[in-house]
Design a protein around this ligand. Structure first.
Ligand SMILES: Cc1cc2nc3c(=O)[nH]c(=O)nc-3n(C[C@H](O)[C@H](O)[C@H](O)COP(=O)(O)OP(=O)(O)OC[C@H]3O[C@@H](n4cnc5c(N)ncnc54)[C@H](O)[C@@H]3O)c2cc1C
Length: 400
């Protein structure tokens, strides 16, 4: 007999959102988290968007708004200013814990310090997970264990991600930090394949980090971050004393929407499902949104008594309809972006200078909806003629 209708493995944003939605859908739910506390370690920079914050009801004490977006290449710099904050940096620990406590308020049981060791398999279907101390049997399991994909990999349903991004970051007091401005830094000095960042948290607090794409570069982002803090190239020279307080390190899949996310008895959500925006490897909003969808589908399937892949296929169909083509286009942009050399980046920043805040943020968010290129070409012929414009156009016109 199943102990629960739905087991969710992983209490990140996808898992907590799935657990809450499943409990609200009437299912008995257990949410298993490997760490002793939810968000004990932070593995993300936490930038997200004000529209997502409103959509998910994230309270004011959980984020710091941003309305100035600066981008630096080796010999160029562009500042995009907005009248209102469209982006925000989350207090990640507080937000992730809030999402988990909302799941508990909705009726889910939270089992922290309980890593899922692997799936319970019966006749090829997933019927829950094994932990060191117990078996959690369920009609539907949601794998929301992020990069590790502990349940789906244990069941042999997915291969390890071959492409991924690794990031290292310090939270720090930094003299001279701008309170409502982020800095993105591109070019070989900042990252051999990726970018570096400074994100404001309010007052003199910032997150300073480096992301590096794998397998494109073998370098460890921790070493590059230490070097940047020592040498202080570009805008980092504007910072005075930097006093580091907390270290973050994380891995995010960069394989796009390549995985099948519905199997007999099992749904994949969040990073496990490859749902992040590849342009800047930003996945929190999609993890919450499609974690909720997975939880709703799981509750519905558990109630109907049919948790086959066929019965739950609506989940995969609906998230793919909403974001799969954008993820594919953004992946192609990112591939080409990784090939730009320092001189090409210097030239691209001139073109970005003409963008409105909306246009710039649509690009960063990978929101290449229908007509994006036509609108951009009409408004910014200079941009459309440049590589950045060409690479977006190429990405959008490539095979789906
Ligand atoms: C360096 C870096 C910077 C990033 N910056 C941003 C950003 O600025 N904005 C943004 O939107 N996204 C960012 N991302 C991506 C973002 O962090 C992820 O897309 C998002 O956290 C995905 O949520 P998730 O719930 O799918 O997975 P995760 O957040 O990885 O959560 C997975 C959870 O499962 C738990 N778990 C793992 N294995 C097991 C197991 N066997 N059993 C039980 N529990 C387990 C983990 O402890 C964790 O709590 C960044 C990623 C990295 C690596």
């Amino acid at each position: 007999m199943p102990s629960h209708d739905v087991i969710v493995a992983g209490a990140g944003p996808a898992g907590s959102s799935a657990a809450r939605a499943a409990a609200l859908g009437g299912a008995s739910v257990a949410l298993l988290e490997r760490e002793a506390e939810v968000a004990q370690s932070v593995r993300t920079s936490g930038v997200t968007w004000m529209d997502a914050i409103r959509e998910f009801g994230i309270p004011r004490e959980c984020y710091h708004p941003v309305r100035t977006y600066s981008m630096f290449s080796p010999r160029n710099e562009v500042v995009v200013r907005d009248s209102a904050a469209r982006a925000a940096v989350l207090d990640v620990r507080r937000t992730y814990r809030r999402l988990a406590s909302r799941a508990v308020e909705a009726g889910a049981e939270l089992h922290a310090g309980t890593p899922a060791k692997g799936p319970i398999l019966e006749g090829g279907a997933v019927r829950g997970v094994r932990t060191a101390r117990a078996e959690f049997r369920a009609r539907v399991t949601v794998d929301a264990t992020g990069f590790h994909s502990a349940v789906a990999r244990g069941a042999g349903l997915v291969a390890p991600w071959r492409r991924f991004g690794v990031g290292a970051e310090w939270e720090a007091h930094a003299e001279g930090a701008e309170e409502d401005e982020w800095w993105l830094m591109v070019g070989s000095e900042y990252s051999p394949a990726g970018y570096a960042w400074v994100f404001p948290l309010g007052g003199d607090m910032v997150r300073i980090g480096v992301g590096i794409a794998k397998p494109e570069s073998g370098e460890d982002p921790a070493a590059r971050l230490a070097r940047l803090l020592e040498r202080r190239p570009g805008p980092l020279a504007r910072l005075g004393r930097v006093e580091t307080t907390e270290y973050h390190y994380g891995i995010i899949p960069n394989g796009g929407a390549s995985r099948k996310t519905v199997h007999d008895g099992l749904l994949l959500a969040g990073d496990t499902a490859g749902q992040a925006n590849p342009i800047v490897l930003e996945g929190i909003r999609h993890a919450i949104r499609y974690g909720e969808s997975a939880g709703r589908e799981a509750a519905r399937a558990a109630a109907s008594g049919d948790a086959s892949a066929r019965a739950m296929r609506g989940y995969e169909k609906s998230w793919r309809r909403e974001i799969a083509s954008r993820i594919r286009a953004a992946s192609r942009v990112q591939d080409r972006w990784l090939d730009l050399d320092d001189a090409a980046w210097d030239a691209e920043l001139d073109a970005i200078r003409g963008l409105s805040a909306d246009e710039f943020l649509d690009f960063v968010r990978g929101d290449f909806g229908p007509g994006y290129i036509a609108r951009m070409a009409a408004a910014h012929p200079r941009l459309a003629a440049r590589q950045l414009g060409r690479l977006v156009a190429g990405a959008l016109s490539g095979p789906r």
